[in-house]
Structure formats: C-alpha cells, structure tokens
Design a protein around this ligand. Structure first.
Ligand code: ATP
Length: 314
C-alpha cells in the first residue's frame, strides 16, 4: 500500500485569447479510487491536467497534492505519475525510453524492466517504439508514469487506441493500482461508456466548468429519474387522475393505451391507480442510459467552447 494522497483542485481558471478554457473549476480526487474526468472535446480537461502538473500556469486557482502544489513537491516523479501525451523517440526502444526517463529522474534504471512487465509490454520493450501500435504506445506511456512508483496517477485518455481486450486489461490494472494499492487514479475521457466500468467516481466538466461530481452510484441513481410510461385500458381516466395530482400525462405515440407521465414516481402512480380503481397493464420508469444522462449534462458545452475560436477564424 502507498501513503494516501488526496488531490484538491481549487478555483482553476485559464483563458486563451477569447476562450475561457477552464472556468473556476474545483473538485477533489480521493485515494484508493479511480476517478473519471469526463467532458466533451474542448471541455478543458487537458488544460486542467496540464495546470495541475505545473505545465501551464493558471490565471487563478491551483491544485494541491496533500496540500502541496506539484511544483513544490520534493520528488514529483515519485509522487505523481502522468501521461499527457505519448511522444517517443521513434528509433529508441520502449525499454531505452524508460531507462532515459529513469536516469533523468534519479530513479534506478532497473525500474524500466519492472514497469515494462507491469504493463504487459515485456519482450516488446526491446523493439523500436516507432513501430508500436497505438495501444502499445498507451502501455509505454503508462509504464513511464509508473517509473517512480507514484501514489498519484494522472492519465489523459488512456483508453484511446486500445482494443476491447486492452480496455479490459486497463480496467483491471487501474482498479488494482487504486483499490488494492491505495493509489489515487485520475483518468480523463470524452466517452462515459469507455470508462463506465472502470471508475468509482466521476467529475464531469462542460465548457470549462464543473457540471457534476459524485460516485457512479449517484450518477446511476440520477439516470432513472425521468418520465414514467404507463399502459392502461382506462388511459383517459388515469390521465385525469394523475393530472389532478399535479402530474403531466400525455398519450405516448406508438404505444396503445400508453401514457407518458412526469412529476410522479412509479410508486405514486401505482398507488393512485389502485385507489382510483384503474387497471394497469404496464408501469415502468423510462430508463435513460448513463450515456444519455452524460450527454444531457454536457449538452451545448462544446458549442460554447468552440464559439469564440470559430469567430476568430472567420
Ligand atoms: N494553447 C492553447 N491556445 C489556445 N486555445 C487553447 C489552447 N489549449 C486549449 N485551448 C482551447 O481551450 C479549450 C479547452 O481545450 P482542452 O484541450 O483543454 O479540452 P479537452 O477537454 O482536453 O478536449 P480534448 O478532449 O479535445 O482534448 C478548447 O476550446 C481549446 O481550443
């Protein structure tokens, strides 16, 4: 187990020309969990991560690792491992790339072989990185982040380019690093479906602002709170009953005897039908998928971010 490190992002703000890429953004990342950092393209994820790692200076706000900013960490590679982009010298082997990094960071060069094994590159580590597939590059990036055996891992779109088998491997690996070893893992993605099975918590951003943070369980609970579909041979009577209880009830296109109801839960609708003596043939919450909830939460934010840049270009 590693010593737990909590990451606090507080009031981060960054403007590029006319574009406010990150806007007063605050969230926390807890140890022992995988946190997904989600948002559509251009939502400000990469800018946030770069600020957290001291690669660009925020206009306002900051990020602290157990209270200490990245730039003030005594041995940053041993505390925070990051993969923001995967640039390698193409003629150099993956193993040599890792050895160069290890040496530069004052880490034992033997770490190179250890992390190669950890990420499943093994013998491929001796081949030229220029010939690596995107998935192998992702693994090499992850290996680089792990060199210093850090308590915190910050990974930008790590699932990008992985095949389904690779995604499954990454899922298990990240959960092992966090759940079993107590590391703090933050992974960004623009697709909730890509990280849905991996993450314990989500931080969702749109147009540089926080849209939602919470556990996956909370997000899933929110997914069910939409409309309710009811079918009854006495649909008109039921509609009146429900409207008098303050709900909206409209006939559902394409569903015989169907009503779409909002403003009451399935239990409340069932109770009112029962006391009103109305026969029900079907009663169910319209299950909006998680991805639908995510799109709804971030709807329009891409346009907002792209607007000013578009204007500049015109
Ligand atoms: N160096 C820069 N100069 C000007 N604008 C920038 C710069 N970096 C980012 N931006 C703008 O800031 C906004 C946020 O970009 P950012 O790359 O942080 O988003 P993202 O959520 O990581 O998206 P993606 O998944 O597409 O990388 C975008 O509108 C982008 O065009």
């Amino acid at each position: 187990m590693v010593d737990p490190v909590r990451v606090d992002v507080q009031g981060l703000t960054k403007t590029f020309g006319q574009v406010r890429a990150v806007d007063d953004l605050s969230f926390t990342v807890e140890p022992g969990q995988v946190t997904g950092f989600l948002g559509p393209n251009g939502a400000g994820k990469t800018t946030t991560l770069r600020m957290a790692l001291g690669l660009i200076t925020p206009d306002r706000g900051g990020t602290a690792f157990n209270g200490v900013p990245y730039t003030a960490l005594p041995e940053p590679m041993r505390q925070v491992g990051a993969v923001l982009e995967t640039a390698f010298h193409p003629a150099r082997s993956g193993r040599d790339h890792l050895r160069v990094y290890a040496r530069a960071a004052g880490l034992p060069v033997g770490r190179a072989d250890e992390v190669l094994d950890q990420v499943g590159l093994g013998p491929a580590g001796r081949r030229r990185a220029g010939g690596y597939s995107l998935g192998m590059r992702q693994r090499l990036g992850l290996a680089t982040a792990l060199l210093g055996d850090p308590a915190v891992l910050v990974l930008d779109e790590p699932a990008n380019g992985l095949d389904p088998e690779g995604i499954q491997w990454l899922r298990g690996f990240l959960r092992h690093l966090s759940h079993d070893q107590g590391r703090t893992v933050l992974v960004s993605s623009h697709l909730l479906s890509e990280v849905e099975q991996t993450v314990d918590r989500v931080v969702i951003v749109g147009a540089g602002r926080l849209v939602r943070q919470g556990s996956m369980a909370e997000l899933r609970a929110g997914a069910g709170s939409g409309d309710v579909l009811v079918r009854s041979p006495q649909a008109a009577v039921l509609a009146e009953l429900l409207r008098s209880a303050g709900a909206t009830a409209v006939t559902t296109d394409g569903v015989p005897d169907g009503l779409t109801v909002s403003g009451l839960t399935t239990a409340e609708i069932g109770a009112r039908a029962f006391t009103g003596g109305v026969e029900l043939h079907e009663l169910r919450a319209h299950a909006s998928g998680l991805e639908e909830v995510y799109f709804r939460l971030t709807a329009g934010s891409e346009q907002y971010a792209a607007g000013p840049a578009g204007k500049d270009a015109a």
